[in-house]
Design a protein around this ligand. Structure first.
Ligand code: MLT
Ligand code: MN
Ligand code: ZN
Length: 327
């Protein structure tokens, strides 16, 4: 018997070593694009057909190392639409079945967790998240208590080393040769959380996803407010970065009269500016640099905008629903 792990890629004719595959299920920030109640330039332009842009659902990705078993990262309120659009997530091996082996939550934001309710018809849900997120989902937005009356949830704690900054990688049962290293990062707990103004290192995480067969790594952080040194290091070591592209400017929602919130108040580093995400991405050698979690106010959603052209000049891609990343 030949073990797949022992074979170098291409060593046997007809033998295909599976690569780490990421499917972007939803590339938008909370509200999606176009947002139901919004008439900003993007949303109104999309509806009128005067802005060339793709509609996008709320933030979620799925990762697999064999194309069969998937880790769902964030459970967006749009999850049922996302699953319908993604045949790979329904392998059809039994009368009731799913390709989703487990769920990992990056934080407890409404747009990242409420999709759990839509998975209640299935088997017990294994949910990987930090203690802060679990507490919010048990005490403040008590989805886990509600789900106890349906499928039930099994909490798989993600622990962070906040002292030494040396994080402990973990694996997800059912997803082979995928090593996940979590990093505490500076973003924001949800508005309903008691820690919105008193952050805890477990409120938001970034993760490094490593396929231990190929050694290839993806850094994922849809909410990233500050690029602290440990985050810069993790990003610099990744072959692919998939990071926060929520806003183009710090005050874009304020200036367009959409909201009184600034980007940093919501825990997001804007793309533009000398200290913005784009300038940082430009210092990296990663093969793929992709921004995700795009807010509907962001001009990069317009395929013909100057801001989109600037990203393209920097070699930075804009995630869209259904985008597949293989590495
Ligand atoms: C965020 O991650 O900042 C959210 O998209 C905000 C929200 O819940 O709408
Ligand atoms: Mn969000
Ligand atoms: Zn809008």
């Amino acid at each position: 018997q030949v073990s797949q792990a022992g074979i170098a890629r291409g060593a046997l004719p007809g033998f295909v070593m599976t690569l780490m595959r990421i499917i972007v299920l939803g590339a938008s920030a909370g509200g999606g694009f176009p947002q139901w109640n919004c008439n900003c330039r993007n949303c109104a332009g999309y509806r009128a057909g005067t802005v060339r842009a793709l509609a996008r659902t709320q933030s979620s990705i799925a990762v697999s190392t064999n194309g069969l078993d998937w880790l769902l990262i964030n459970a967006s309120p749009d999850i049922l639409t996302q699953i319908r659009a993604t045949p790979a997530l329904q392998p059809g091996r039994a009368t009731r079945d799913t390709g989703i082996a487990a769920v990992l939550l990056m934080d407890a934001q409404v747009d990242h967790v409420t999709g759990l309710m839509m998975l209640r018809e299935g088997g017990r849900l294994r949910v990987h998240c930090t203690a802060s997120v679990w507490e919010d989902l048990t005490e403040r937005l008590p989805l886990t208590r509600v789900l106890a009356h349906y499928c039930g949830t099994d909490w798989q704690p993600i622990t962070l080393d906040t002292e030494a900054g040396l994080q402990r990688p973990f694996e997800v049962a059912g997803i082979h040769h995928l090593r996940i290293t979590p990093f505490p990062l500076s973003s924001k707990a949800p508005p309903y959380s008691p820690r919105r103004l008193e952050p805890d290192p477990g409120d938001n995480i970034g993760i490094l996803l490593e396929d231990t067969h190929t050694g290839r790594k993806t850094f994922y952080a849809p909410g990233l407010g500050v690029i602290e040194p440990h985050i810069a290091t993790a990003m610099a070591g990744a072959d692919c970065v998939l990071v926060d592209g929520t806003f183009w400017t710090e005050d874009e929602m304020v200036r367009s009269g959409l909201s009184s919130k600034l980007a940093h108040e919501m825990g997001h580093l804007p793309l533009s500016g000398d200290a913005g995400m784009l300038a940082f991405l430009n210092t990296l050698d990663a093969r793929r640099k992709i921004v995700i979690h795009i807010n509907n106010s962001n001009p990069i959603l317009d395929d013909d905008s100057a801001e989109r052209a600037e990203l393209t000049r920097y070699g930075v891609e804009v995630a869209y629903d259904g985008m597949e990343i293989e590495l």
